[in-house]
Design a binder for this molecule. Structure first.
Ligand code: AMP
Ligand code: FES
Ligand code: ZN
Ligand code: ZN
Length: 327
């Protein structure tokens, strides 16, 4: 395969776009597409401070790198979940994240289209919240305790991550919280939501979730239009070292089963995932799910003050048995 722009060897062939590109032109293309998505969905501006939730994986580290190169004031948040059995998954993720910040990877301009020169680029801060140090237990411990050893810790983990992301973004005055969700992630969730017609979830599945209330931060997913293979190729081209393994508790879960199914569909019909997602967004923007938007009044959690649907303690404070604010 040859690069469509310069005819040298291509590093990627994107059948859905009928586009093969070399490293340099691919890098340029990813930056341009990212900036376009940020503008199209009105995610944020250059004047706003952005908190990128980084897991040490290819998507979030690549996102952070791209935002810095595009001249955004992007800092990182790593949440230490304490998942280190049987493999040191959380410890390695933190190592990769720290190494990214300490390295000069994000400073390196590899294309002429870099909007910022490395000298003028924002120097990123990394915030680290270790769950065990802050709340006394690791995610597997709290999940075992609450679910009495049943099932996976993913629900407890998801709730905790969402809470910490929102709290740090709000407390440290960030205008937006960005996550590295890619197209494969979004399409698997969309499939899961449509299988059961979970209209409330569909109403809230979007590249941008506005801050609906004081105490909540706007949430954005600038990489939603990139396939997983595309973010992996960007990381490779940029020399970003990331954790290859996924969380051991996610292996064999329903989302991954749907991802496998959807990959089969994509192989037969290139572009079907992208079309499925974009057509969903079109239908959503035409108001198909509007009436399912939750209108429930939110209250302040009596312990931490974060918004919650029921009066009293929020789901996080109930799960962690928090009765006084932990800083
Ligand atoms: P996942 O739910 O693991 O697919 O991750 C989706 C996104 O959530 C990632 O792209 C990150 O932006 C964010 N994320 C996941 N795990 C962490 C973590 N431990 N700390 C901070 N952000 C995370
Ligand atoms: Fe939270 Fe796997 S990342 S349980
Ligand atoms: Zn080229
Ligand atoms: Zn609370």
């Amino acid at each position: 395969m040859r690069c469509k722009k310069c005819n040298t060897d291509a590093v990627i062939n994107m059948r859905h776009h009928r586009l093969a590109l070399c490293g340099t032109h691919y890098d340029e293309w990813v930056l341009a597409q990212t900036d376009r998505a940020i503008e199209k969905y009105k995610m944020f501006t250059h004047d706003e401070r952005i908190l990128v939730a980084v897991s040490g994986g290819k998507d979030s580290l690549s996102l952070w790198d791209a935002l810095l190169r595009l001249g955004y004031q992007a800092d990182g948040l790593y949440i230490g979940l304490g998942i280190n059995d049987p493999e040191p998954y959380s410890d390695v993720s933190l190592e990769k994240t720290r190494a990214f910040v300490a390295s000069d990877v994000w400073r390196v301009p590899t294309t002429e289209s870099d909007v910022t020169s490395p000298g003028t680029r924002h120097t990123p801060l990394l915030h680290v919240v270790d769950i065990e140090q802050t709340y006394g237990k690791t995610i597997p411990q709290i999940a075992r305790e609450k679910a009495r050893g049943q099932g996976r810790p993913c629900a407890a983990c998801g709730l905790t991550k969402r809470y910490v992301m929102n709290r740090i973004a709000h407390d440290k005055g960030y205008a937006v919280l960005a996550t590295g969700h890619n197209l494969d992630d979004e399409v698997a969730v969309l499939f899961q939501n449509t299988m059961r017609w979970q209209t409330g979830y569909l109403a809230r599945q979007a590249p941008v979730l506005p801050a609906s209330r004081e105490g909540l931060t706007r949430k954005v997913k600038p990489f939603v239009r990139f396939y997983e293979r595309e973010t992996a190729t960007y990381a490779l081209v940029r020399g970003i070292d990331y954790i290859y393994d996924e969380c051991p508790h996610a292996v064999g879960n329903l989302t991954n089963f749907y991802k496998t199914l959807l990959n089969q569909l994509e192989t037969e019909s290139p572009g079907s995932k992208l079309a499925y997602y974009l057509e969903f967004l079109r239908a959503r923007s035409e108001g198909l799910f509007e009436k399912f938007n939750p209108t429930t009044e939110l209250h302040d959690c009596e312990v931490c003050g974060q918004p919650t649907t029921a009066p009293g303690r929020c789901a996080f404070c109930r799960m962690w048995d928090v009765s006084a604010l932990v800083q």
